[in-house]
Write a protein of this length. Sequence first.
Length: 219
Amino acid sequence: MKKNILKALVLSLITAAAANAALMVDFEKTGATTAAGYKSINIGDNVVFGASDTYTDTGYGSSVGVAVGIDDGVNDEIRALTGAGGGDLLNDYFGVDGRGSGNATLTVTLSGLDAGSYDWTSFHWGGGSSLQDSTITYTLDHAGTQLSGSFYQVVDDSVNLSFTSDGSADVVFSMTAAVDQFGELNGIEVVPEPASIALVGLASIVLLASRRLRVYRQQ
């Protein structure tokens, strides 16, 4: 009996850790090669892409929705380009074009993220083209808190942040291109911090142990 309980506890911990694996999404032009280990959101170029367009990654935990929205103040067309080089992840990207009206904003909304602490990495590489000579501002809204900053794409090809999910509110990343600026988004990685994985695993172990103890006492 004790061995069976121990096996069940170990299996529970492994299952909990697997359910909280990294969420990795490759934003790419239709027909491009998806980076290994990433899920794909792909569209054609110059597509009207609103917040209602949602990709759901059912392989992450129970289900995490990843919605992409665009607001360029003109026609809300998102750019999907390829040929930037740098491997399958960095070779293609979604672009937010501020060269028309300025203050064009691309948003990525995560819904259904488990409660816990996470590390966020988003990749912003355009291959060193003239389009990349832009300073892009960003915000990350999570659980009533906002992180904000900017990055110069020629030098900074990624944004690295840490945030906390309360398990209910959406997590929203926004990047804005001002007048004559163009921003690129290749992909994102959202990785639960080790403490969050441990807490989920511990909670599962405690719950299972309690159930097993009740069954054992009834025998």
